[in-house]
Design a protein. Sequence first.
Lengths: 386, 87
Amino acid sequence: MCKSAEKLIYFDNSATTYLKPDNVYKKIISVMKKQGGNAGRGGHRLANAASDIIFDARLNVCSLFGINSPSEVCFVSNASMGLNFAIKGVLKNGDHVIISPFEHNSVLRPVYKLSQKGVSYTVATVGKDGYFEDIERFIKPETRVIVINHASNVTGRIADLKKIGETAKKHNIIFMVDASQSAGHVDIDVNELGIDILVCSGHKGMFGPQGTGIMYINRNLQLDTVFEGGSGSMSELLSQPDEMPDRFEVGTQNAPAIGALSEGVNFLKNTKIQNIKAHEEMLTDIMIKGLKSMNNICVYSDNLNPMTGVVSFNIAGKDSVEVANALSEKYNIMVRGGLHCSMLTHKTLDTLKSGCIRASFCCFNTKNEVEKFLNIIDTIRCFDVY
Amino acid sequence: MDYSIISLSSVTAAKRVERAALENGILCQTLHTPKVISKYGCSHSVRVKKVATEKVLLICRQLGIQVRGVYEEKIVGKGKTEYVQIG
């Protein structure tokens, strides 16, 4: 129970967005009450209505990410699931994969698992500018995939996807992007950026409910399956259907949540991502300047380069988890401390032992909230109170 | 009125055809493919007026959607329907 009567400040949007547009909440209830059949299973009116909800969501996701066909969009339970499907579906014994030094464990762990079964991997190294070096020099004849975290969940750093996409195309390598931290914050067009596989969460910047994720697979790719089961189609066959999206949408789809995710997409389209980006950049700028003006604070995010609204830092001599806990208990401010399921990034930043405090924004946060947060951090820093 | 059933595979394929047909002013309805004409188990189809069959098949081709069979729907008695394969 929070001891503070202060208004809640939610700065943990990289974990999940807490406030959603009203229509997101409304849609879950309305789908459950009015369209609550099982999509693609049977053909009665309610099953068909649920199929329409999911199909409309596919079209909406297509228009947001410049995807050509709704059959290329699969709904998954979260980004980790999508990344497992994609990584394990593409890579075979003897293949090589390049990953960035900022990958979340949702990429690193499946890749590591495969490395025990004959797949090799290279973590691209970081140059002086904090960006990973030219990806081309890590390519081997057996390189099959490049997996890149579009925006770091620890620093907010945005990768130059266009450049990497061009390199991947030049070498006929599959280009896979984890957009969990960028979707909804930054414009993404899969064709423009040369992305073959895009995976993202639905419950972060996309404003859908938890338990939603999106996986785009270019129609020219044929991936192996990780899960098999009911698809509502080709039921007499022992093997999973080849046809997308049934190949990867195993079991009953979460139509209420997918419908709500689609409302999140509608919100992004109506608000316009460039406006969201500008607002989050304004908040990030205030936060970074404010933190950098204080002694004994180390800031790991750098807004001199393109980034999302994620600011990570530490207060000298203080445990990042204890500070985050205190901010919650005493000040009603939600941030995350410790490691952020991203061991590689912490190794790169040399924060594996300390972890860090992460404040992450969405378009519903305000300048006043950031200023209040900075005052509280200054108090904690100066007076050792928490 | 005579109808055709164009048998497809997934519900997504059927919805894609249905929406494209409706956008072209062609009445079209997704349905769970009747078991007697559904190859390899469950699938979804679209039901269209027989006169619009060729136009909808063209839409399928344009969308790159594989057609598993085309059937003429014939009401042969009270509550009894027959499906005659025409493509």
